[in-house]
Design a protein around this ligand. Sequence first.
Ligand SMILES: [Zn+2]
Length: 206
Amino acid sequence: MDHDELWVEIPATFGHESFARLEHAFAEADLEFDSATRNVGVGPQGAETVYVFHLFRDHARTGARILRDVLELEDPAQALPFAGACPSCDAAVDDAWECPSCGLGFRPPYDPRDPFFVFLREQGAFPDARLDEVPSAALEEPTFIARALRYIWPERATPARRVFGIVTGVVMIPPLVLVGLVCLLFLPFALLARRRLRQEVGGGGP
Ligand SMILES: [Zn+2]
C-alpha cells in the first residue's frame, strides 16, 4: 500500500494558532497524523507559512469531528435564516438572511461546496439534520399494502390517491373473503373427522 492509500490530506491550510490547537487535540485523542508546512504568497514580512495535515485514513472520521469541535464549525449547508432580534440594531428579524432594518447579513461565511466542508460532511462530522425532517416513508421503499394504506389516509391523500386506495382495498377484499369462506366450509368436515377418530380410538380400547 502506498502513502495515498493509508493517508488522507485534510483539504485546508491552517495558520500557526489553529495548527497548534489541532496538533494538541489530535495528539490527545491518540490520532495518527502527519503535518507539513507550505509557503504561500509574500506578505510584508516575507512568505507566509501555513500548515497542512495528513490523517491516517482509518482515523479520518474521528479527525473530522475534532476539526469541527476545535475550530467550532457548523455545516454551512445546514444554515437556517435568522429569526429574532438583530444583534446589531435590535430590529425584529423574521426568518431572513438579512436584517430588513440595517442590512446585517446572516449567511454563513463559508461556501457549503468548499472542499474542506465537503470532507467534513463525508467523514460524518455534520449529521444531516435535514434528514430528520423528511417523512420516514420517503426514505424507505414502501410495501404495496403500506402504500395503499397511505393513499387512504385522509390527511395525506389527494382525491385521486384516495380513490386508488379504496379501489385497492376493494380489490383486496374478495380474496380475503374467499379464504374465510373456504375455512368455514371445511370446519364441519374437520369436526366430523375428529369425532370419528375419537370413536375409533374409543372402540379399540378394552
Ligand atoms: Zn439590524
